[in-house]
Write a protein that binds this ligand. Structure first.
Ligand code: SAM
Length: 270
C-alpha cells in the first residue's frame, strides 16, 4: 500500500528515470508498482540478503546489492531517482542516511521516500508503558522511536535537498486484540528497533497491557485499532536549471495592485 503510494509520486513527475535506487527495498514492493517506461533500471539495496534473494519478479531490470543505507556503496551523482519505503526508521543515523542519498543522486535528481512517523502505534506504546509502570514500577521503550514531522524538513534541507514536499497520512488497522497487533508487527519485521530495549516482557505485564489497550482504545465491536502514521517526502538535488526564487527587489509588479485585477478584468469583458 505504502510502496504503491511512493510509486504514485514517481508517476506524478513527468519524466523517465534511466537509473533508480530503492534503499531498504526488502522484497521489492515499490518495484511492483513501477513500470519499465518510467524506470529503466532499478538497483535494490537492503541490509538483509534474504529479503533480496526472495525479491518479487518485476518488469523492470533490477540488480540487488546487500548494503547498509547509511553507507551506500555508489559513486557521487549516479542516480536519477532514489526511492525508499518504510525502512528509514531503522537507521541509527538518519541525517547521515539522507546525506548519503543526496550524494548518490545526480544534480536535478529526486528522492521520494516514505517512513513511519511520530504517532505510529501510539495506542500500543501507551498501553505497554502504563502496564509496565503499574506491574514493574518503571518502563522501557517497547515501540521504536519515530521522527517528528517538524524535524523532517530540517533534516532533509540540512542534507542538501531543496524544493521539499512533506505530507502525512494515517492508516488505522483494526485487530482482535493486542496480541494480534504484536504478532502482525513481528510478521512485518517491525518489532522494536531500539538498541537498548528490554528483551523480555513479563506475561502479567502483557496481559495488563492488553486490558488497558481494550479499555482505552477499544472499538464498540470489541476490536482494537492500531494507528500507523506515514510521512511522504520529496526532495530535489540542486541543478542550475531548476526554478529559483527571484532576487529580492527585482519585482516589476506590486502585490498591492492585485486588488485591482478584478476591476481590470470586468472592464475588459464589457
Ligand atoms: C518494513 S521493510 C520495508 C521493505 C520495503 N521497502 C517495502 O516497502 O515493503 C524494512 C526493510 O528495511 C531494511 N533495512 C533496515 N535497516 C536497513 C539499513 N540500515 N540499510 C538497508 N536496509 C535496511 C530491512 O532489511 C527491511 O527489508
Amino acid at each position: 500500500m505504502v510502496g504503491g503510494r511512493v510509486a504514485d509520486r514517481v508517476f506524478d513527475i513527468t519524466r523517465a528515470f534511466p537509473l533508480a535506487l530503492d534503499v531498504g527495498s526488502g522484497r521489492g514492493y515499490i518495484a511492483q508498482h513501477l513500470t519499465k517506461e518510467t524506470v529503466e533500471k532499478l538497483i535494490q539495496v537492503d541490509i538483509a540478503e534474504n529479503a533480496l534473494k526472495n525479491a518479487m519478479e518485476t518488469e523492470i531490470a533490477t540488480v540487488s546489492v546487500v548494503a547498509d543505507e547509511e553507507f551506500l556503496p555508489f559513486k557521487e551523482d549516479t542516480f536519477d531517482l532514489v526511492v525508499s519505503s518504510l525502512s528509514l526508521h531503522w537507521v541509527n543515523d538518519l541525517p547521515r542516511a539522507f546525506r548519503e542519498i543526496h550524494q548518490v543522486l545526480k544534480p536535478d535528481g529526486v528522492f521520494i521516500g516514505a517512513m513511519f512517523g511520530g504517532d505510529t502505534l501510539y495506542e500500543l506504546r501507551c498501553s505497554l508503558q502504563l502496564a509496565e509502570l503499574e506491574r514493574e514500577g518503571g518502563f522501557s521503550p517497547h515501540v521504536s522511536p519515530f521522527t517528528a514531522v517538524s524535524d523532517l524538513g530540517h533534516l532533509l534541507s540540512r542534507a542538501g535537498f531543496n524544493t521539499l514536499t512533506v505530507d502525512t497520512d494515517e492508516i488505522q488497522v483494526n485487530y482482535p486484540g493486542l496480541f494480534e497487533v504484536m504478532e502482525d508487527l513481528q510478521g512485518m519485521g517491525e518489532s522494536n528497533c531500539s538498541w537498548n530495549r528490554k528483551p523480555l516482557l513479563h506475561r502479567e505485564t502483557i496481559l495488563a497491557a492488553a486490558a488497558i489497550y481494550q479499555e482505552m482504545y477499544g472499538n464498540s465491536d470489541g476490536s482494537v485499532p492500531a494507528t500507523f502514521q506515514i510521512y511522504y517526502m520529496i526532495g530535489w538535488k540542486f541543478h542550475e536549471s531548476q526554478a529559483r526564487p527571484a532576487q529580492r527587489g527585482s519585482a516589476t509588479v506590486s502585490l498591492g495592485d492585485l486588488a485591482k485585477i478584478n476591476g481590470l478584468l470586468s472592464r475588459r469583458k464589457k
